[in-house]
Write a protein that binds this ligand. Sequence first.
Ligand code: NAD
Ligand code: 2HG
Length: 409
Amino acid sequence: MAKHSLDKDKIKILLLEGVHQSAVDVFERAGYTNIEYHKAALSEEALLTAIKDAHFVGIRSRTQLTEAVLSHAAKIVGIGCFCIGTNQVNLAAAEKLGVPVFNAPFSNTRSVAELVLGEIIMLLRGIPQRNAKAHRGGWLKSATGSFEARGKTLGVIGYGHIGTQLGILAETLGMRVMFFDIEDKLPLGNAQQVHSMEQLMSLADVVSLHVPETPQTKEMIAHAQLACMRKGSILINASRGTVVDIDALAAALKEEHLAGAAIDVFPVEPKSNTDEFVSPLRGLDNVILTPHIGGSTAEAQENIGIEVAGKLAKYSDNGSTMTAVNFPEVSLAVHSGASRLLHIHRNRPGILIQINLAFAEKGINIAAQYLQTTADIGYVVMDVDSDQADQALIELQAIEGTIRTRLLH
Ligand SMILES: NC(=O)c1ccc[n+]([C@@H]2O[C@H](COP(=O)([O-])OP(=O)(O)OC[C@H]3O[C@@H](n4cnc5c(N)ncnc54)[C@H](O)[C@@H]3O)[C@@H](O)[C@H]2O)c1
Ligand SMILES: O=C(O)CC[C@@H](O)C(=O)O
């Protein structure tokens, strides 16, 4: 009988940033009990220590898994981002190491869309400044600068999972929805695609940003773009802090070019709830500042925990990599009555032939074989007779270009 590569209770799962208990439950139900759980992000030094012997790491948006950090993770097998964004992980470095990265692309999208909808109504009514004044003992009973959402134009930049849901919700309030996206998108409801971002910004009463962090979206909203916005309009950013030039936004608000803003994400965010939040937007009463909680609802966090932990456990148990963001995607059946081997290699011609020749020479029977590649790496999964699994693993490890191999439970 073949030896397992590692007993489940030896597989260390490091969970950071208070991911939901549902994640722990999923791992435990799947037999993974060696879980190190932290309620907050770790300091860089503590992270390097904790990650050293971890096989799986689960993070949210605060933990930076840079190439340097990953180089300390000698045993790492898979990474779970318990959120949508994966920009906090060096995906290319993880891929080169043969480590798939998973996320939860949908679970918190409704939560973000609902928050933004609420902010649209609050900002159009000038509530943040009236609320702030009342807290200071003032009384601003006036209709000046207060508007209904009905009939106003919402401009959505990034018409993906969140942008589309927001558009539908806004239409139920009677708003007119326009969007800009680098891709041609099917407009939902009565939304209209506009092919210039600046044009969209000049037409909208409210502009809401829902793009990912990429080199192209870095400070895509700066002085010039803010100048295109209508006087008295509103900007909402619940995407990533790098998308907006925050000093330019502060200036546009102070000059009263914009009537208000709601900002959930910042170029620099505090590492923990006890660190000070520093921003040029502090003290501006017409700005709703929230601490990156667009997706932080009980429903979203529970679903994210189940989804991402489920993907990591599945990869560990049977090698499936469906929806991995940096890795060849393979959906695999359960391997009963056989042992499963995973082989991750640099993508070059002839690897599969080398494997099959090596196995043929040793008389190793392959019951099933799958291959999927990206430009840089290849992922081969093979089921073999269990009494030949140890030999098969030795053969795989000897293949030139091998990044890593695993023999599954
Ligand atoms: N504040 C929060 O708590 C929170 C929660 C969830 C997601 N987010 C952020 O929101 C982002 C969007 O989430 P989503 O689920 O809608 O993502 P998505 O991938 O479904 O949609 C993103 C859309 O942006 C478009 N896009 C990409 N680059 C663009 C560009 N340069 N200009 C215009 N459009 C561009 C894409 O084509 C796509 O349609 C995430 O990447 C994440 O960073 C924040
Ligand atoms: O939970 C988080 O830390 C990040 C949430 C959000 O920005 C996401 O990318 O899903």
